[in-house]
Design a protein around this ligand. Structure first.
Ligand code: SF4
Length: 326
């Protein structure tokens, strides 16, 4: 893993934030593109937010990209372009939470703090034989205290890399490799035959289903697009006009006015499933009472869109999203 060999806090920060988003192979490709365009903290801080979002396009959780950009500016303006070395100071940066602050402090500066991700939660739960639900804040706090006690007076880089590796490669959710685990002799779950029932989880998240209609409104070879507000879902990204509808209306596949139904799809968010229809219409009149701006097909790929909208383009207007740098 390329970021393992560096103690550069900027690269560690980027890799931690990007790799929280996606599988390692995909994340490494994004990281390389990001570092090629923004090799230094100052490059990221001085870039327009739109461009940062464009390089993040497809990763989801766009607030993280906006926070990354805001924190880069904060580091240049308030910290003289240098990263603070303690996790407590790192926590004051926009969007930097306990996991990322601890990862930077440990991997870049050797601070003796433990890094607790989902995989490490599983290892600790089994190691202690602790049935406390790992999706609760109280458990996270207790496990964090335990790990911080263990990491004291040790090489925190090695400790954290070791725990994260055991969690991702050996102590897997099903069929953990206890036979080759360096923690086997101390592991309560292994001794008491609890590996299949630990860790425990609390209440299941109730997923909602929401229904949307998206509109490809065209004028010759131009498409109507608009930018979303900075706050909220897809904040700061571009989209095509759309509205939310009820399950009954959605079933009827009926769009607004003369629009023609093209197809349907589904996009999965953390808290809800979005079912959508895509409608299309060639606009004839000169004035349209619709918020947005017309952009030529050839320019569409220069704007940052969420993955769901990119999928709609790929399906119904192929060739539109072909960026030159991917
Ligand atoms: S012995 Fe088995 S259950 Fe215990 S930490 Fe190692 S892999 Fe996980």
């Amino acid at each position: 893993m390329p970021w393992r060999n560096t103690s550069n806090p900027y690269q560690i920060w980027l890799s931690e934030v990007i790799l929280q988003q996606t599988r390692i192979e995909t994340g490494v490709a994004y990281l390389e593109r990001f570092l090629a365009r923004f090799p230094l903290l100052s490059d990221l801080a001085s870039a327009p937010q739109d461009e940062v979002l464009k390089y993040w396009e497809g990763l989801g959780y766009y607030s993280r990209a906006r926070n990354l950009h805001a924190a880069a500016i904060q580091l240049v303006e308030d910290f003289g372009g240098e990263f603070p070395e303690s996790h407590l100071e790192l926590l004051t940066l926009k969007g930097v939470g306990p996991y990322t602050a601890r990862a930077i402090a440990s991997f870049a500066f050797g601070e003796q703090v433990a890094v607790l991700d989902g995989n490490v939660m599983r290892v600790v739960s089994r190691l202690l034989g602790d049935p406390a639900p790992i999706d609760q804040q109280k458990t996270r706090k207790e496990f964090q205290q335990q790990l911080d006690f263990w990491v004291k007076d040790s090489d925190s880089r090695k400790f954290n890399h070791g725990m994260m590796d055991i969690g991702s490669v050996i102590c897997t959710p099903t069929n953990p490799g206890c036979m080759i685990c360096p923690l086997e002799s101390q592991c309560v779950a292994r001794k008491e035959g609890l590996t299949a029932v630990l860790p425990q989880k609390g209440k299941k998240l109730v997923r909602k289903t929401r229904y949307f209609r998206f509109y490809l409104l065209r004028k010759e070879r131009e498409l109507l697009i608009r930018q979303r507000p900075q706050a909220g879902l897809w904040g700061g990204l571009w989209e095509i006009p759309n509205d939310e509808t009820t399950a009954e209306e959605w079933e009827a596949k009926k769009g607004v006015g003369e629009t023609v139904w093209l197809g349907s799809g589904k996009h999965i968010f953390t808290h809800f499933d979005m079912h959508y229809h895509v409608f299309s219409m060639e606009l004839k009149a000169e004035n349209y009472p619709i918020e947005g701006q017309f952009e030529k097909y050839e320019k569409i790929h220069t704007f940052a869109f969420p993955r769901a909208v990119l999928n709609m383009f790929d399906q119904h207007l192929p060739g539109l999203t072909k960026p030159t740098d991917k």
